[in-house]
Design a protein around this ligand. Structure first.
Ligand SMILES: *Cc1c(COP(=O)(O)O)cnc(C)c1O
Length: 231
């Protein structure tokens, strides 16, 4: 049985308080941080709850699952893709998502730009960087980031909002924090070199959001802490 709306509200209230608390510790403003509920594997009700609570967007990691879910909801939510995307699904992704956070290859940049052009839109994207050098994770190597950014900035139908990373799963709690600090430093370097703000730093999940906020996250992607464990 999926959770009811009251449970969702309690968890969302708790999370927002936790984010605000971490912001105080870090000397940041809670308004700098967006809570992105991750609705993957959960029923369309998860997205409906998020909208009813006043959240503007949800995150999904599979294109077809999100498209099907979206067709079953009546809200005006924005949908963001946070999972790995193959370039042969670029057109479908550009159709069903308002932003793609998982852009990590030259091929995908080209495919998304072409798809967005065909759809007559400018597609916001984040570059996913494997800032923790985790062999189990997707994302471009940090060394490849300048080249990817250069290519993405040259594409007329893409808008690069910033960077995204997933910290390695580890028993060492300092590893996530070092990963997030690394992403921020990569962002700062790229922003200076290319003269673009790259404002968005999408980093932090249910297990590591405190470290992410401490290191400058502007968007935390939260599934388990809102909707419970995934089947
Ligand atoms: C599933 C997922 C999340 C949410 O993870 P939780 O630990 O459940 O909060 C965040 N980011 C990405 C990329 C995911 O795939």
């Amino acid at each position: 049985m999926f959770i009811d709306y009251d449970t969702f509200c309690q968890r969302a209230d708790t999370l927002l308080q936790r984010i605000a608390g971490q912001c105080r510790v870090a000397g940041r403003e809670p308004a700098e941080i967006t809570l992105l509920p991750v609705t993957k594997t959960h029923p369309p009700a998860a997205a409906e709850y998020a909208a009813r609570y006043g959240l503007a967007a949800v995150g999904e990691n599979r294109v077809q699952e999100a498209a099907a879910k979206r067709a079953q909801t009546t809200t005006s939510l924005r949908w963001e893709l946070i999972g790995h995307l193959q370039s042969n699904k670029a057109r479908l992704a550009a159709t069903h998502f308002e932003r793609i956070q998982s852009v990590d290859s030259e091929k995908l940049i080209a495919a998304l730009d072409r798809a967005a052009g065909e759809l007559g839109r400018k597609l916001p994207v984040l570059l996913q960087i494997n800032a923790g050098k985790d062999p189990a994770k997707f994302g471009a190597e940090p060394a490849a980031a300048p080249r990817l950014l250069e290519l993405a900035l040259a594409r007329p139908h893409l808008q690069v909002d910033g960077l995204m990373t997933i910290a390695p799963l580890s028993a060492d709690p300092t590893l996530a924090r070092r990963t997030f600090a690394n992403l921020r430093s990569i962002r700062n370097g790229l922003a200076a070199r290319f003269g673009v703000p790259l404002r968005e730093l999408s980093m932090g999940m249910s297990g590591d959001l405190d470290a992410a906020i401490a290191e400058g996250s502007t968007l935390v992607r939260i599934g388990t802490a809102l909707f419970g464990p995934r089947a």
